[in-house]
Design a protein around this ligand. Sequence first.
Ligand SMILES: [Zn+2]
Length: 69
Amino acid sequence: MVKAMHLRDMEGALLRRGGRIKSDDGIHTKWICPCGRHSTNLPRHKTMSPGVVRSTISRMSCLPKGWLQ
Ligand SMILES: [Zn+2]
């Protein structure tokens, strides 16, 4: 069961796994994975809903299972 997370915790997990910010000038922050083939958009909210967490896990599909939760 995926749980809501604080944005800063999700950003920390992405950085630890080699993710980086690709663009940060819209309503979302676009992150790119370490392999460069996957990306995800994070809304500028303090809390990421379970739906955003689930979508991030599924979009960053090259990261190992359990990397975020
Ligand atoms: Zn990737």
